[in-house]
Ligand binder design. Sequence first.
Ligand SMILES: Nc1ncnc2c1ncn2[C@@H]1O[C@H](COP(=O)(O)OP(=O)(O)OP(=O)(O)O)[C@@H](O)[C@H]1O
Ligand SMILES: N[C@@H](CCO)C(=O)O
Length: 310
Amino acid sequence: MTEIKIFSPATVANVSCGFDVLGFCLDGIGDEMIVRKTPEKGIKITKIKGYDLPNEATKNVAGVAALALIEDAQPDCGFEIEIYKNIKPGSGVGSSSASASGSVFAINELLGRPYSKTQLTYFAMKGEALASGSEHADNIAPGIFGGFTLVKSTVPLEVVELPTPNDLFAVIIHPQIEIKTSEARAILPKDIPLKNAITQWANMGSLVHALHISDYQMIKRSLIDVVVEPYRSRLIPHYNEVKLAAFNKGALGCGISGSGPSIFTLCQGQIQAEQVELAMREVYSQTDIAFNTYSCKINTTGIKILATDS
Ligand SMILES: Nc1ncnc2c1ncn2[C@@H]1O[C@H](COP(=O)(O)OP(=O)(O)OP(=O)(O)O)[C@@H](O)[C@H]1O
Ligand SMILES: N[C@@H](CCO)C(=O)O
């Protein structure tokens, strides 16, 4: 195989109580990438469609992740990458991590799959660090593994795959303002009160348990963030109104997707998701802020191969 086309999905990081460690994968929204082997060694980004992003390999997260992989693999060829972006950079649904994960996933396939999903997560993390200024894998792991993932540690890297209850749907609303992850991280306090830490890790533990036993009401009681949301929600106009509207329609939870500005909700069933989506839309419809929404099932398979040349 010398060429591969893949779909790299959008993801939701943090999931309220799991800052920097929890994430899940969205269905139907993501970037496409074509990666092909070249006789010249190294990484070249030959095309970027959709958004204006650097095409120098060392300045694009897809290139940085790919360089980390080939530095380790030392293949006797190089790779060129085409990126067809659908996920707006800085939207909060893992735009940068979709590119970083997609490039290493595709190169791994072209090399005959020498690396595990955890090793791919490690290389992709190097790319993500370029975008956000920190090596975290909570967007990358769900893109590569699919479903819900827990990054137990980054050094050494350990990813835990969590189960996805069947009837779980996500709704995303994206107000069209840009929040850079690096800036949204800079406003967070370095230390947190012990009582908040206790609340947060209790919710995190019960959310993980609830996912295992498909207990939707326990999911609802666990999707609470007392650590990050109080600071970041101020960056998102009408955040509290959107949240109230979602809860009024029965949403299981509503929080900031990654570092924002997108807001996610988790719902039980498609009908509830549709009602929640309408209610969230209603809030921004009454403002002059442009927005878009979508709802989907949780994607349990992650990055998908769309085509290969053999
Ligand atoms: N291939 C790429 N795709 C997206 N962003 C990229 C890429 N290469 C470099 N970047 C840079 O990364 C930054 C966007 O990353 P950022 O982490 O802020 O957004 P995000 O990935 O959408 O957010 P989040 O991680 O919260 O979901 C922008 O400055 C952008 O120029
Ligand atoms: N956990 C990260 C996700 C965005 O990259 C954050 O919230 O800053």
